[in-house]
Design a protein around this ligand. Structure first.
Ligand SMILES: Nc1ncnc2c1ncn2[C@@H]1O[C@H](COP(=O)(O)OP(=O)(O)OP(=O)(O)O)[C@@H](O)[C@H]1O
Ligand SMILES: [Mg+2]
Length: 438
């Protein structure tokens, strides 16, 4: 097992013709920076989830670690080996892709055995540093072995010739098949399997190689909701059991929150925050993270701040706990972004410390209801709707109707403030170390 260290990793791709901005230096090849300044340490045995919107660079980062893409700048260490210039086969990393990538013409057994046989052959080649005579003898014994295999293939199963190497491979395939409960599928071909079974075979193939590091790129996105949940739990259990350092890419909220020891959030090729899931949820470092993690997302409202501890919006006036004053002092008289998660509103009574709103629509899920509202402001004693649209979670037993006026109260212990210019969190700050953010 090994830790994976990424240090100032950059990746740029050359732009294809016509994609770049016309410039005087037309002879220069233009490129697009897909990853910038990625520094991340994944500890030995850790399950790190990498999450971010489509196109932010997740797959590219995994491919760089696996050695399937050349690095533009920076360093990648696996264990204490700098792997920047090592070919994929020398990195001892297994990658599981979204589309499983099984060999269609091979049985499940052979799909799993494939990497093991390659590994064994490579091991033998490395050992072959002997004399010309020794090399020749080895070749001869290989030919004899192949002839024996071919000659006994048509005989009943018990009489097949099995080489020592194949015996070891067979044991490893058997063990991993048992672990993933696919023993009964070993003789089938990929086209004879369901999506979930193919996924398990792909996992088995990766595990069988006993890699130092697992890279998984959205491995569950082709599965239905139930199977996804089951396989999610199975992957986490397996990872704990095997203790293999894992980097798991997803853009699924639930996977990000439930699977990882830590979560790294990526946006446009940069890391926004790395922390334990609940730390990210409770103390996002910036507005992007606050909005990206949580479903429905956090609501944002522009409010005015007045020292020592008052926030206002129209007729709304709320006094914050005193200890907030010092963090917010420099914003006196300025606008702040107030962030409130849907579950941190309460439907309440008319009062200036509550926000008036009109219910736009109601979604009832049985265990929960989500209500979309628009804030109301009063001017010249006339109510009008603002453009602020919010999501509010209400208990399902609370009956709310479309068009109804409601008053929203909030718990000051649960709110967030962001700087309107930098969008960085002002309060409450994360305990996880800040990362470069430009
Ligand atoms: N070979 C390539 N040449 C040029 N640009 C590329 C290449 N591969 C990826 N990109 C670009 O790099 C960016 C990141 O792509 P990547 O596939 O890493 O995103 P992703 O985060 O995995 O997205 P998704 O969630 O949709 O899979 C995208 O803008 C993509 O267009
Ligand atoms: Mg991708």
């Amino acid at each position: 097992m090994a830790q994976v260290v990424l240090e100032n990793v950059y990746k740029s791709f050359p732009l294809s013709k016509g994609e770049g901005v016309a410039s005087k230096n037309a002879h220069r090849t233009e490129s697009v920076n897909v990853l910038r300044r990625i520094s991340l340490t994944v500890n030995d045995g850790e399950f790190m989830v990498l999450v971010g919107p489509s196109g932010c660079g997740k797959t590219t980062l995994l491919r760089l670690i696996a050695g399937l893409e050349d690095i533009t700048g920076g360093h990648i260490w696996v264990g204490n080996r700098l792997v920047n210039y090592l070919p994929p086969s020398r990195r001892n990393i297994a990658m599981v892709f979204q589309n499983y990538a099984l060999y269609p013409h091979m049985s499940v057994y052979d799909n799993i055995a494939f990497g093991l046989r390659l590994q064994a052959n490579r091991g033998e080649e490395e050992k072959l540093s002997g004399t010309q005579r020794e090399k020749l003898l080895n070749k001869l014994s290989k030919i004899t072995e192949n002839l024996l295999v071919a000659a006994t293939r048509k005989l009943p199963k018990g009489l097949h010739y099995i080489s020592d190497k194949e015996q070891v491979v067979g044991e490893q395939v058997g063990n991993v098949a048992q672990l993933l409960q696919i023993e009964q599928l070993l003789n089938r071909y990929p086209k004879e399997l369901s999506g979930g079974q193919r996924q398990r075979v792909a996992l088995a193939r990766a595990i069988a190689r006993n890699p130092q590091v697992f890279l998984m790129d959205e491995p569950l996105s082709n599965l239905d909701a139930k199977l996804r949940m089951q396989t999610r739990a199975q992957i986490v259990k397996l990872q704990r059991q095997l203790g293999i350092t894992t980097i798991y890419v997803t853009h699924d909220q639930t996977e990000a929150m439930t699977m990882g020891d830590r979560v790294a959030i990526l946006d446009r090729g940069q890391i926004m925050q790395v922390a334990a899931p609940l730390e990210i949820y409770n103390r996002p470092e910036n507005r992007f993270v606050a909005e990206f993690i949580g479903s429905p997302p956090m609501n944002f409202i522009d409010v005015k701040f007045q020292s020592p501890c008052l926030i206002t919006k129209g007729d709304f006036r709320l006094t914050l706990p005193e200890n907030w004053g010092s963090a917010l002092r420099k914003y006196n008289g300025r606008t702040l972004i107030l962030g409130v998660r849907p579950e941190h509103w309460n439907l309440s009574l008319p009062a200036t410390k509550n926000l008036p709103a009109k219910v736009e629509w109601v979604e009832n899920f049985g265990n929960d209801s989500y209500v979309a509202v628009k804030l109301i402001e009063t001017s010249f004693q006339k109510d009008y709707l603002t453009t602020d649209s919010l999501q509010v979670r209400v208990p399902p037993e609370k009956l709310v109707n479309t068009g109804e006026k409601v008053w929203l109260s909030l718990n000051p212990d649960k709110i967030h403030f962001f700087d309107p210019e930098t969008e960085l969190t002002i309060f409450p700050k994360s305990n996880s170390p800040s990362l470069p953010f430009h």
